[in-house]
Design a protein around this ligand. Structure first.
Ligand SMILES: CC(C)(COP(=O)(O)OP(=O)(O)OC[C@H]1O[C@@H](n2cnc3c(N)ncnc32)[C@H](O)[C@@H]1OP(=O)(O)O)[C@@H](O)C(=O)NCCC(=O)NCCS
Length: 260
């Protein structure tokens, strides 16, 4: 086995809203079959060799995680770097996000946001599509107060707090809290280029506070068991996993709950 080179370029780049961000660029090229037809070659001219000392523990962790996956060490590291760069760009953008109730004048923006996010879902089961009657109640405060995240005038994210007790009846029974006042976090949709910036977390914090102000006893929410991002936002605001069950005609959901 020939190890040809290992490269890491460590850049510390302060940004406006993060004190410091670290970017590690690694290209590792190794050949298990030196000189044979199965040699792994980087053929693209636009690559360049860089050398860096790579912590052994990190090498082991990466190798352990890509074992059995169809990805090389170098490809993994390049993807990680691209992810880090994208994330840094997004964090910079976050400065300008404004959170507020969505006014009816922005109804078309809400509908466009819903259509864009739903049509681009990683898995269509992640979001139960709105029915027309739900769209008609988007601005009905008795049903579900609606908050938005704006980049300037552009609506980039939204969230609803479902408060209508009749609509929540099924979930209250499932959770054995039928006699309490329960509200539900839902309608979480963020444009893909604005994800991972804390937008949903901020909107959910606002709604949690609203639920508290309105005197609710419990706050619940649910997400598809594979919707990692959505589940993470629920745990972040302190909701706890209760059970996995099938809701609304066969949609699998992890149910989360918290006493307010
Ligand atoms: C789910 C969704 C609303 C999350 O919105 P978001 O604004 O990107 O969420 P946040 O930025 O507040 O993320 C909160 C945490 O989850 C993490 N996260 C978000 N998406 C993630 C993903 N796909 N994989 C792993 N972690 C993810 C964030 O990094 C963040 O973690 P951190 O606090 O440790 O940095 C958004 O991805 C989306 O619109 N998805 C499509 C529609 C959907 O599935 N809606 C939910 C239906 S239940």
């Amino acid at each position: 086995m020939n190890v040809f080179f290992v490269y890491i370029n460590l850049i510390k780049k302060p940004t406006s809203n993060t004190k410091c961000s670290a970017l590690i660029v690694v290209i590792l090229y190794y050949n298990l079959f030196g000189g044979s037809d199965m040699s792994f070659k980087i053929t693209k001219k636009e690559t360049e060799n860089k050398t860096i000392r790579f912590p052994l523990e990190l090498i082991s962790k990466i190798e352990e995680n890509i074992k059995g996956e169809d990805i090389s060490f170098s490809r993994f590291v390049i993807l990680a770097c691209e992810y880090a760069l994208k994330n840094m760009e997004k964090k910079d953008k976050n400065i300008n996000i404004e959170y507020k109730k969505i006014d009816k004048k922005d109804e078309q923006q809400v509908r466009d946001l819903i259509n864009t996010v739903i049509s681009g879902l990683e898995k269509k089961e992640f979001f139960i599509p709105y029915e027309e009657w739900e769209l008609k109640r988007l601005f009905d405060e008795e049903y579900a107060p609606l908050h938005g995240a704006y980049d300037g005038d552009k609506l980039v994210g939204m969230a609803q707090l479902y408060i209508d007790q009749e609509m929540l009846k099924e979930f209250k029974e499932v959770l054995k809290i039928a006699d309490y006042k329960v509200c539900e976090l839902g309608g979480n949709l963020v444009l893909s280029e604005y994800r991972g910036m804390g937008i949903t977390s901020n909107l959910q914090k606002m709604q949690y506070e609203l639920g508290k102000e309105l005197g609710f006893d419990y706050i619940i929410s649910m997400a598809h068991p594979e919707n990692i991002g959505s589940l993470k936002t629920l745990r972040k605001i302190g909701l706890e996993y209760v059970k996995t069950t099938s809701v609304a005609n066969g949609h699998l959901r992890d149910i989360y709950c918290k006493k307010v």
